[in-house]
Ligand binder design. Structure first.
Ligand code: FES
Length: 276
């Protein structure tokens, strides 16, 4: 019987002159992410600041980019949560200024988005087994991860999650109000369905959050002593595996919902009515 000798791994890293040994098109995903996120940010910024075509009075459709509508410029029927913000603020202050900054903070500090924009915008790193582009990494000891300002602010994610949950309740209220018919009673249109699809996906994104999973089952020493929390943790864990998909699809659903409401409000076409 022959014996095989296994050498202990060297303590030094291999001196490989090539930038990376990867042969696949690893840059494709960061590039696609960069283009998609940039396009979305431009669209959302323009729409949030337009100050028009955000409300369909006949069917009570309010786009999520203006919810809750708290400016004095909002029509009273679109402002269920009060109009307490002056209407002659600079154009770059959105009508939904009490929700949009928190939603931005929620997405920016999300674990999924962190991975995506670190790769796509900072190239730090672009992919596994590809060196960073960020100059700070080239300085020995220069990289502090998320332990110092400004990246330590990423740890505020759990607080943004709480506010995002409250805003999802507001979005749900908007979807309930969208069961509004042309004669003032009950009604359903394509806009109602789009608003509901969007709000269900938003709940999927919010509830599949890692912070939510931790709130449900974190810091427990024994699951058997907390069966209810264990049940919730198990359910959240199931959708948590799809968190990245929820993160992306909600960007699409938000833009589609906003565009639909904007086009109907602008008169580009009529809402497709199913009932009343
Ligand atoms: Fe993505 Fe919390 S980790 S929303």
């Amino acid at each position: 019987m022959t014996q095989t000798t296994v050498e202990a791994p060297s303590k030094d890293r291999a001196q490989i002159p090539a930038r990376t040994l990867r042969k696949d098109r690893y840059w494709l995903t960061p590039l696609a992410t960069f283009i998609f996120f940039l396009a979305w940010v431009v669209y959302a910024t323009v729409r949030s600041m337009m100050g028009s075509s955000f409300w369909v009075a006949k069917y009570h459709y309010l786009t999520p980019f203006y919810s809750p509508c708290v400016s004095k410029a909002c029509p009273p029927e679109a402002a269920d949560f009060g109009r307490f913000v002056p209407d002659h603020l600079p154009f770059f202050i959105p009508y939904a200024l009490i929700s949009l900054p928190f939603l931005l903070g929620f997405r920016l500090t999300c674990y999924y988005y962190r991975k995506s924009y670190y790769r796509a915008f900072w190239l730090s790193p672009q992919a596994c087994a590809v060196p960073d582009k960020a100059p700070v990494r080239k300085t020995p000891g220069g990289y502090t991860g998320e332990r110092r300002f400004p990246l330590i602010l990423q740890n505020a994610h759990r607080y943004f999650w709480v506010v995002a949950g409250l805003i999802s309740i507001v979005n749900t209220w908007d979807a309930i109000r969208a069961f509004h018919g042309a004669d003032g009673g009950f009604g359903i249109g394509l806009g109602t369905i789009i608003l509901w699809a969007n709000v269900i996906l938003l709940w999927g994104y919010t509830l599949s959050c890692h912070s939510c999973r931790h709130v449900m089952g974190g810091r427990l020493k024994s699951f058997s002593k907390a069966p209810i929390r264990y049940w919730f943790w198990t359910q959240i864990s199931k959708i948590n595996t799809r968190h990245g998909q929820f993160a992306l699809i909600t960007l699409v659903s938000l833009a589609v919902t906003d565009a639909y409401v904007a086009l109907v409000a602008h008169g580009a076409f009529s809402d497709l009515r199913i009932f009343n």
